[in-house]
Design a protein around this ligand. Sequence first.
Ligand code: ZN
Length: 286
Amino acid sequence: MDGLTPSILQRGHLTCHCLLIETRDSLVLVDTGYGLKDVHDPHSRLSEFFLKQLKPDLRDEMTARRQIENLGFRADDVRHILLSHLDFDHAGGLDDFPSAKVHMMQTEIQGARAQKTWLDRQRFRPQQWSTERNWLAYHAESGESWYGFAKVHALEGLPPEILMLPLIGHTLGHAGVAIQRAEGWLLYAGDAYFYEGEMNVEKPHCTPGLTLYQIMMEKDRRSRLWNQNRLRELVKLHGHDIDIFCAHDVAEFTRLAGRSPDVPVRPLPKEETTRDRDFPREQPLH
Ligand SMILES: [Zn+2]
């Protein structure tokens, strides 16, 4: 499954990689993983099918909410959530940030609400959507261009260094998030690919388990493979400038986070901490 586990008799490991961005006046969370309610009452929130298939390691201290608190922030400092898509393992933590604005593609909301197939009903869980009133939808017909990717959106209330780019395929409104930092762009590709080797420009490869899983979960194969190709092109042409990662690859998580995905984030040393930092309690008017 993960390309790391030595025997097919052993379970592989996947991460639910979330990203926390500190802007001048708030925190922005990119994807939310599983939330506290999923941890405490998995059977009412998640489908038995995926609980059995994936056996998620549901722990209180691994949720985004607890890790953000552990860093010295308050949950309501998270004013914005950018969601790659509405699958249960990305949207479970939405309920832990009831006042945050949630940004995602319009077609994602439509597709998830439609609940067209049996699999849709297992993956898109309305039980996790108590914040629906805070959802902001972006339309795939409009937008700017970014490194050859079209229909890229700047986001309402967020600085222009944070962009959402449609990467359709895994779901009908799947999107990645690009963040401009001093050292170059960071591109979170969500579930547009699952395994680091898929972004290998010389010899793209994927494990059999993750190849099958992606086929099982895809909503639009042509778009999915086309977008994977475009991402590889991006790595080939601009890899020096753009650091790309996906939601579920353990090696990418370990490289970027500098720790194993099995352990929660450590509080920062006192001198580096933003603890006690007071973000403005009200959103600025502009
Ligand atoms: Zn996923």
